[in-house]
Structures are given as structure tokens and as C-alpha cells.
Design a binder for this molecule. Structure first.
Ligand SMILES: Nc1ncnc2c1ncn2[C@@H]1O[C@H](COP(=O)(O)OP(=O)(O)OP(=O)(O)O)[C@@H](O)[C@H]1O
Length: 259
């Protein structure tokens, strides 16, 4: 017997909630007057929830500016940015700080760990800053996932670069953020270690449904993503799904990146 569809509640509008990050007509000018630089020019991007997105482009194409605007670290000059459906553009600094702390995770090239704190203290720092208690089971699973269960009492200085980046990744994941942003997270690592960290990022997407947005210069790193966004001169000029390192490198050379 057919279901009576008319009795069902209206379907929620998934078109908004399925975008973890959305930029609409975003432009960004750094500086003023004669020294002003237009870093982004009318960017329209929808980043799907639960996906791994890489951002590539020649040096100076606006990748870092894109990431900073998308993550609420910087404000666009024009246009709107939404994160999890929430408009960041009109938020005051306090609300933005809270959003970055509670709903966003960051992994930077330079790790940015606190040298005097232990691995465990570094990982739980965002929770303590937010006045939240760690969920023990979640904390243990994050520490286990990044392979640091036997290093929790060490200081960052006693760890390899790859291990330090794993601490940074655990710290990014511990708040169960809506999205993890990576700014060249493998830029300071050797090839093998970089692959381990990229594999971990990939696993967080596949196993946890984590959304990841990562700026990189490296076609191999970009090939771990589901989608690659290509920027050139502040514009989104191309996207690539199911990327391979060769196809990414090919697109980059067409953008003049390695001419
Ligand atoms: N704070 C700033 N003040 C002035 N200009 C800036 C500032 N930040 C970035 N720019 C300029 O904006 C443009 C885009 O810079 P951005 O760092 O976003 O590019 P990028 O693609 O990340 O570059 P790279 O790959 O070299 O890191 C460049 O011309 C840069 O010089």
C-alpha cells in the first residue's frame, strides 16, 4: 500500500546544512590606499560537510586569505561566510573567538604547541580554555587515533616533527569541531611523515565524518582530498574531484605555477 506522503512533515532544507562552509561573493582587500592588495575577488564556494577539500594555487593566489576568511580568523571586505549555516560576517570579535574555539580546529605548518605543557595538556588546552571538561572516552579515542597513547606525558620538544603534528591534530579534534582547517600542515615534514599525517586526516574524514579544508602547495598532499579548489589571482578558477597527484600537478602547471 502506498504511504500517505501528505501527512509527513516537510523535509528539512538540507541545501544549507550540507555545506559546512560557504563563501558567497567574498572579496578581500589587504591594506588601504596605494598599498592595497586585492587578495580575493568574488569567491563563491560551497564546501560539503564530511569531505576533505584541498585548496591550491600559485604563490600569492589568495589561499591563506581564503582559509582565514573561511575560518573566521579574518573578515572579508565584501560578501558573506557561513560556517555550519551560521553567518560569520556580522559576528562581533567575542562571538568569533568563541566560534573558533568551539567549532573549528586548526592545524598549522609550525605545529604551534605549548613547549612547557605535556602532550596531554596540549591536546586538552582548547577544552580547558573553554571551561569544558574532557570527555574521557573521546579523549582516549583521539589520543589512540593519532598514535600517541604512550607519549602523553612527554613535552613537544621530546617528539619528532610528525609526532608534534599528531599532537596538533589531536588538539584540533578534541573539541569535535565542525571543520578542521589545515594551513600547509605537512609543509615542515619529510615525505614519509607527511604521508602519515595526511593518512590520519583522511581517516578522520572517512571514519569520523570530519570535514577538513587544507591549503597545500603539494599535489601529493592534495591527492588525499575529495575535491581540490584551484585559486589564481584571488579567483576560484577550477575544481577537481577524485584528484590524483598527476592531475593536480597538470592543473597547477596550466595555472603557471611551475612554468
Ligand atoms: N596582511 C596582509 N597585508 C597586505 N597584503 C597581504 C596580507 N596578506 C596577504 N597579502 C597579499 O595578498 C595576496 C594573497 O596572499 P595569500 O597569503 O593569501 O596568498 P597564498 O596563495 O596563501 O600565498 P603563498 O602560497 O605564497 O603562501 C598576496 O599578494 C599577498 O602579498
Amino acid at each position: 500500500m502506498p504511504r500517505i506522503r501528505a501527512a509527513a512533515p516537510p523535509a528539512p532544507d538540507r541545501s544549507l546544512s550540507d555545506d559546512v562552509v560557504r563563501l558567497t561573493a567574498v572579496s578581500k582587500v589587504h591594506g588601504r590606499g596605494a598599498g592595497a592588495v586585492r587578495a580575493l575577488r568574488g569567491i563563491d564556494v560551497r564546501v560539503a560537510r564530511g569531505g576533505f577539500t584541498a585548496v591550491m594555487g600559485p604563490s600569492g593566489s589568495g589561499k591563506s586569505t581564503f582559509l582565514h576568511c573561511a575560518a573566521g580568523l579574518d573578515r572579508p571586505t565584501e560578501g558573506t561566510v557561513t560556517l555550519g549555516g551560521q553567518d560569520l560576517t556580522g559576528m562581533d570579535e567575542t562571538a568569533l573567538t568563541r566560534l573558533r574555539r568551539d567549532r573549528v580546529g586548526f592545524v598549522f605548518q609550525a605545529f604551534n604547541l605549548m613547549p612547557s605543557l605535556t602532550v596531554l595538556e596540549n591536546i586538552t588546552l582548547p577544552l580547558r580554555l573553554a571551561g569544558r571538561r574532557p570527555d574521557r572516552a573521546h579523549l582516549a579515542s583521539v589520543v589512540e587515533r593519532v598514535g600517541l597513547a604512550d607519549r602523553t606525558g612527554h613535552r613537544p620538544g621530546e617528539l619528532s616533527g610528525g609526532q608534534q603534528q599528531r599532537v596538533a591534530l589531536a588538539r584540533a579534534l578534541v573539541t569535535r569541531p565542525e571543520v578542521v582547517f589545515g594551513d600547509e600542515p605537512t609543509g615542515a615534514l619529510d615525505t614519509m611523515t607527511a604521508k602519515e599525517v595526511l593518512g590520519l586526516l583522511r581517516e578522520t574524514v572517512d571514519d569520523l565524518g570530519q570535514s577538513v579544508v587544507m591549503v597545500t602547495h603539494d599535489p601529493v598532499a592534495a591527492s588525499y582530498a575529495d575535491t581540490v579548489l584551484f585559486l589564481a589571482d584571488g579567483r576560484l578558477v577550477d575544481t577537481l574531484s577524485a584528484p590524483t597527484a598527476d592531475r593536480v600537478a597538470d592543473r597547477m602547471s596550466r595555472l603557471g605555477a611551475w612554468a
